[in-house]
Each structure stands twice: as C-alpha cells, then as structure tokens.
Design a binder for this molecule. Structure first.
Ligand code: APR
Ligand code: PHB
Length: 394
C-alpha cells in the first residue's frame, strides 16, 4: 500500500467537495479529493438550478461566478398559483435579495474547470474508501485507486462530502449520532425540454390533480416538474401525457397565458425526502452537504445548503490546521445545523403547502395558506426571506 500525506482528505467531487477544496486552496490548505465515479458521470447529473443570494455572493468572492453572471438569469421572485389565481412574490421588494437561475450542472462545470486550473489533486473512480482514526488528530483514509492499487492517505482532517450514500454518514459512531427523516408520499416527474420557457420567472402551482412547477435552464431550455405517486414508471408518462398534465395544472389558457410544449430531452422521477443527521463533526471528521442532510427539492435548498456548510467549514479548517485555533471547528456543527433545520423546515413547509394529499381538509388549509402567503406582506416576506436565503452563518 502506497502512503501519501496531505492536510485534508475530501471524499466526494460533487459541488460541496470541489467547492471546499477550492476555498481551502485559497486559504493555503492542501487537499486531495477522492471520487468513486468518473468525472463525466458526476458532470452529467441533472439536478436543480436556483442559487440563493448568498451562494452567488460566495461564488463571486471565490472567483467562480464569471460564467454564472454572464449566462445565468437573475430573478426577482417566483409566481405562486392555484386554479384561477397567479401571484408574483417579489423577493427584491420584500428582502432586497434576488435569486439566480443557473443549473447545478453548470456550477459543477465551473468547479471542475477551476480545480483543473489550480492543479487540484482529484482522484476519480476510486473504490473501497475507508476512514480511520477519526477520533485522533491524525486520521487516514485508505482506498483503491482507478488502477486497482491500494492507497493510504495520511491527513489532519477528513471531510465527508460524499452525499447521501457515501461512507461519511456511517463513520460517525452510532453512539454519538442522531438522525431524523421524513419520506413524502409522492415524487416529482421532471422533464428537460428544448423549448423557450413560457414564463419569465418560476411558477409553483397547487392544483387538485397535484403540484406542478415551471422552471428553466436558459432562454431555450425549460425544466418542468409534476407531482406523481411514489413508484411511478416514466414509461407510463409519454411526452403528450406529461404536457397535457402540465397544461392543466399550470393553467394553460388562463388569462391568455399559454404553455408551449417542445421536444423532451430528459425525463426522470425524483423521490422526495427530508433527512438530517447530527453532529456534523466527530473528532477530525466533518460532514458537509448531502452527507449530513437531504431536503426535498421544493424549496430549492439542496445545493445552497451544501454551499453554506462549506462556506463555514473552509475557514474553520484553515484556522484549525494553519493556526491551531479550534474555535470555529468546534462551533461548526452547531452553526451549520441552525441553517440546516431552517432550510429543512422551509423545504417541508413548501412541500406540504403545494402537494395534494387527497385529504379535503388539508386542501382547504393549503389554499388558505397560499392565499395568505400570496396576499399578505408578512406572509410573503416569510417565504421570500427563506427562499432568497439567509446570510451565511446567520
Ligand atoms: N467514495 C468516493 N466518492 C463517493 C462515495 C465513496 N464511497 N460515495 C459517494 N461519493 C461521491 C458521489 O459519487 C458524488 O459525486 O460523492 C459525491 C457527492 O456529491 P452530491 O451527491 O452531489 O452531494 P453534495 O456535493 O453534497 O451536493 C449536494 O447535490 O444532490 C444534490 O440536491 C443536492 O444540490 C444538492 C447537492
Ligand atoms: C430546477 O430548476 O430544477 C428547480 C427549481 C426550483 C426548485 C426545484 C428545482 O424548487
């Protein structure tokens, strides 16, 4: 087994892993990123596309927002709708903060380009990643590299940026970890379509047939979602059926608004789940992003929460490893979890407000809540503050 040394081992080359390695490098902290899939596989994952105000600010400060600001779309807010009513919630008027539409795939591309430009050590297609001696000051990671050779990496800290199914979560001893989860009784069927969006800003629609959303990726590519039962097979949803359901739920023909269908280039079913695991730090192991928490996509928080974790963790690790000051590292888990639970609550709130359960009493409660949020300044401000995003470390 070949042994190497570095300061930080980052498991996972998704957005949280690559962003962390970028921020660490800017603070003169060396890291090695270990990723089980190929670069092409990671790059091809289709995920959400809304960036909070503070995420855009952080990417800008880190020199990672050139393409985002050139090709992304700044939005003032969202449209909230139910049959025969559509209301715009203006985040800029309510909070002074906007959001940007810029696909996670594009953020990933920018992170990969930046990693290549700075010569970041990223090992793809590794296997058997195992974390050792996490309770002491000198942990190590063993893995098998892409050529099948056993490797050992001696470090000062390990970060699990390895998502919902990586080794990071389970590496926190059962005796010290707690977890909470909620699986929702519905899923999203999502499509990508080569057609200009039929709306200027996102539409979140409550409908008796189920939730629908109109999002976009660019002036020529639309992204749309439908609430479907869990276990739905995309084969049962040919394109025409998808467009018909979208037209009904989004109110095609209402007040002259029309939904323009087009060629579908991607279709998938996404499960909806909330999950939180604490603590987000155990000894010299730290967790960030989906490794510690998962949110349903309704609040557009997944990527933004991963960025907020990393924005706290990078300076904490730099202070610990470069100055021997543990204060920020010791506070990391509690500080990050404040935002994690805020976003977990907001994502649950948006999900339960907008998805039909078939319960007639729930339906009336949902409609009353939507009317309040859409027409009361206080109600709208609450949604706007959470959606546009709270300051990092709030
Ligand atoms: N060894 C090495 N890498 C691993 C392992 C392992 N055993 N297990 C998982 N990984 C890699 C995955 O292949 C993936 O590329 O860890 C990475 C985790 O990336 P993400 O799942 O994208 O998680 P994160 O970087 O935290 O980003 C969170 O992604 O899923 C969305 O909605 C989520 O937007 C949020 C964002
Ligand atoms: C998306 O553009 O894919 C998207 C936008 C907002 C969400 C979820 C997904 O809440």
């Amino acid at each position: 087994m070949r042994a190497q040394r570095s300061q930080v081992a980052v498991v996972g080359a998704g957005p949280s892993g690559l962003l962390l390695s970028h921020l660490l490098a800017a603070a003169d902290v060396e890291s090695v990123v270990l990723e089980s899939r190929s670069e092409e596989h990671v790059a091809a994952r289709v995920r959400a596309g809304i960036l909070e105000h503070s995420t855009v600010q952080l990417l800008t400060d880190a020199g990672l927002a050139g393409r985002l600001r050139a090709q992304g779309d700044e939005h003032r807010g969202i449209h909230l709708q139910w049959p025969h009513e559509r209301h715009h919630v203006d985040f800029v008027d309510l909070t002074g903060r906007s959001v940007w539409v810029y696909g996670q795939t594009e953020v990933q591309k920018d992170l990969v380009d930046a990693a290549r430009a700075r010569g970041q050590d990223v090992r793809h297609e590794v296997a058997d990643v195992a974390l050792h001696d996490l309770a002491g000051d000198h942990p190590h990671v063993t893995f098998t590299d892409a050529s099948g050779n056993p490797q050992r990496l001696d470090v000062d800290a390990v970060v699990g940026c390895d998502g919902a199914f990586g080794p990071g979560r389970a590496a926190v001893p059962e005796a010290v970890r707690s977890s909470w989860s909620r699986t929702y009784p519905y899923s999203w069927l999502g499509i990508l379509a080569d057609v200009p969006p039929s709306t200027d800003e996102l539409i979140y629609a409550w409908h008796p047939d189920g939730f629908a959303m109109h999002s976009m990726r660019s002036a020529t590519v639309s992204r749309l979602y439908l609430q479907v039962p869990n276990g739905t097979d995309v084969a049962d949803w040919p394109d025409d059926r998808v467009w018909d359901a979208l037209a009904t739920r989004l109110g095609h023909g209402q007040d002259g608004w029309e939904l323009t269908p087009g060629p579908v280039t991607g279709k998938s079913v996404l499960p909806m789940r909330s999950y939180v695991q604490t603590p987000m730090r155990h000894g010299r192991l730290f967790l960030a992003g989906d490794a510690a928490h998962t949110v349903p996509p309704t609040g557009a928080k997944g990527l933004n929460l991963a960025v907020a974790d990393v924005a706290l963790l990078a300076p904490a690790l730099a202070a610990l490893l470069r100055e021997g000051n543990p204060a920020l590292a010791d506070a990391y888990s509690d500080t990050a979890l404040r935002r994690v639970w805020r976003c977990t609550h907001f994502s649950w709130w948006m999900t339960t407000m907008l998805h039909t359960s078939g319960d007639p009493f729930d339906e009336q409660l949902q409609l009353s809540q939507l009317r309040w949020v859409a027409t009361s300044e206080a109600g709208a401000a609450g949604l706007a503050e959470n959606y546009a995003g709270l300051p990092i470390g709030f």
